[in-house]
Design a protein around this ligand. Structure first.
Ligand SMILES: Cc1cc2nc3c(=O)[nH]c(=O)nc-3n(C[C@H](O)[C@H](O)[C@H](O)COP(=O)(O)OP(=O)(O)OC[C@H]3O[C@@H](n4cnc5c(N)ncnc54)[C@H](O)[C@@H]3O)c2cc1C
Length: 436
């Protein structure tokens, strides 16, 4: 059995289903120009991926395997591979956004596709209502997920015996239609410049867990306070699979046995599954509203002010500066920014989603799209349209001493809001009511 092991959102050696598939194997990773093409040379995520690939390659080599790295359209890469060798199948773990599904469909026309369930806790068809339709509200989904959750969802996949297929693993292979060229394995070979990452972006997932363990018990309360750094910072690891979600669950079980309150954190992990399930079943949500007709009102000046952190609303501008400077934004600040964007500025949520997608280190189509739709009140399980966050009271509550704001705002920052909260909220409510 000759198999291609396609690493995508599972850039780790431990607890990796790909490594428990028996046979002669060609492990590969593909840098896809369809994804990279729209990114600037200094994109931090590409550095993160590259920094994850090199240790993965070394770890595979330590077990007698290796990793072949490609740059090219996946379909071109597979056509080239099949022209130069015979393979029985390609194994890869589930990736459920629209682009990923159509890409995988194209590959499945070339070669038997063995789909593995690795990225999420549940398969998107696993937690369904009694009538087999998808849940549209989180709490019932969560309650059902809890009843269906078994030790099998946390199983550790151990590596089996695999023999490495002979290949040139020492170079990066660039495939352009039928043209093949080799290049040194470095970021420059794919047109990117190495970026310096902030400290926890360089930490391993195990180091993050060690730091997080003392915070877990107070997570439920502290996670909303942006200056406390009370969350796990694991979203990027979950995005690129530098931690296995099953390993994270096993860790959580250990902490529960030690008497810690693990349910609030587990609930957030289920949120991630809920959003992935929704985008899988309702792919049009990527661009279209699920509920309500309000589309937002395009306004280039407002959009520019938001994206350059010039709204004059301190917590919003601090959040956007954090995003631009680090590729991160605290969850509570994401909620405040998305509410301000879609309610006070009345901009189309799709614009904000695209801006976040461009900059977030942990960008994940499902979580980002569904969170923006939730904020805009247009999604499957939306925040009611009449609930509009007040950025000032949010700041006073969750960043009382202005630690977060001062951390991210320049000392010469001036506060002249581009819209008045009271007036813009009133206008938004009138607009929503008129379009319902
Ligand atoms: C407008 C908006 C856009 C967002 N875009 C993304 C995105 O592109 N990618 C992304 O991973 N998360 C996104 N989130 C969710 C959330 O902000 C991040 O997952 C969280 O801030 C990551 O930090 P953490 O790993 O320290 O989270 P923790 O609080 O430690 O949570 C643990 C894990 O649970 C999951 N999680 C936590 N909160 C949520 C949530 N509200 N929705 C879905 N999953 C959650 C994440 O995988 C996270 O790593 C978005 C939220 C909003 C409001």
């Amino acid at each position: 059995m000759r198999r291609i092991l396609w690493f995508r959102r599972d850039l780790r050696r431990e607890d990796n289903l790909l490594l428990s598939q028996e046979g002669d194997v060609l492990p590969i990773f593909i840098f896809d120009p369809a994804i990279l093409g729209s990114l600037p040379k200094n994109d931090r995520r590409v550095t993160f991926i590259f920094n994850a690939l090199l240790p993965l390659k070394s770890a595979l080599r330590a077990r007698g395997l290796d990793l072949a790295i490609f740059y090219g359209k996946p379909v071109d890469v597979f056509e080239w591979l099949l022209k130069n060798g015979a393979y029985n199948d390609v194994c890869a773990s589930g990736d459920y956004d629209a682009y990923a599904l159509s890409r995988d469909r194209d590959i499945s026309h070339l070669l038997e596709f063995t789909y593995l369930q690795d990225t999420y806790i549940f398969h998107p068809d696993e937690v369904l209502k009694k009538d087999k339709t998808p849940y549209q509200v989180f709490t019932p989904f969560y309650n059902c997920a809890k009843t269906l959750f078994t030790p099998a969802h946390m199983i550790e996949y151990l590596p089996c015996t695999q023999s490495l297929i002979e290949f040139d693993y020492t170079q990066m292979h660039r495939i352009d239609k039928n043209e093949h060229s080799v290049h040194p394995i470095c970021l420059e070979s794919i047109g990117f410049e190495p970026q310096s990452l902030i400290s926890h972006q360089k930490m391993s997932s195990n180091e993050k867990l060690e730091l997080f363990v003392s915070k877990l018990n107070n997570y439920s309360h502290d996670r909303d306070y942006m200056m406390l750094d009370a969350t796990s910072f694991l979203s990027i690891d979950l995005r690129f699979g530098t931690i296995s979600v099953r390993a994270l669950l096993r860790w959580l079980v250990e902490q529960k046995k030690a008497g810690l309150d693990t349910d609030p954190f587990f609930r957030q992990l289920i949120f991630r599954d809920f959003y992935a399930m929704l985008l899988y079943h309702f792919p049009h949500l990527a661009t279209q509203n699920f509920r309500y007709r309000f589309e937002g009102i395009p306004n280039d000046d407002y959009f520019k002010a938001f994206c350059t952190a010039q709204t004059g609303v301190p917590i919003v501008d601090a959040g956007v500066r954090e995003l631009l400077e680090t590729g991160e934004m605290h969850n509570r600040v994401r909620m405040i920014c998305a509410s301000f964007f879609t309610k006070n500025l009345l901009l189309p949520w799709q614009w904000g989603e695209a801006f976040f997608a461009h900059h977030l280190m942990d960008y994940d189509a499902a979580s980002n799209i569904l969170s923006w739709q939730w904020s805009a009140g247009t999604g499957v399980d939306p925040q009611p349209y009449f609930r509009i966050f007040n950025p000032t009271t949010q700041s006073e509550k969750f960043d009382k001493a202005e630690v977060y704001r001062k951390r991210h705002l320049p000392s010469d920052y001036t506060r002249t809001p581009i819209v008045d909260h009271k007036e813009s909220s009133k206008k938004a409510l009138e607009y929503f009511k008129s379009t319902l």
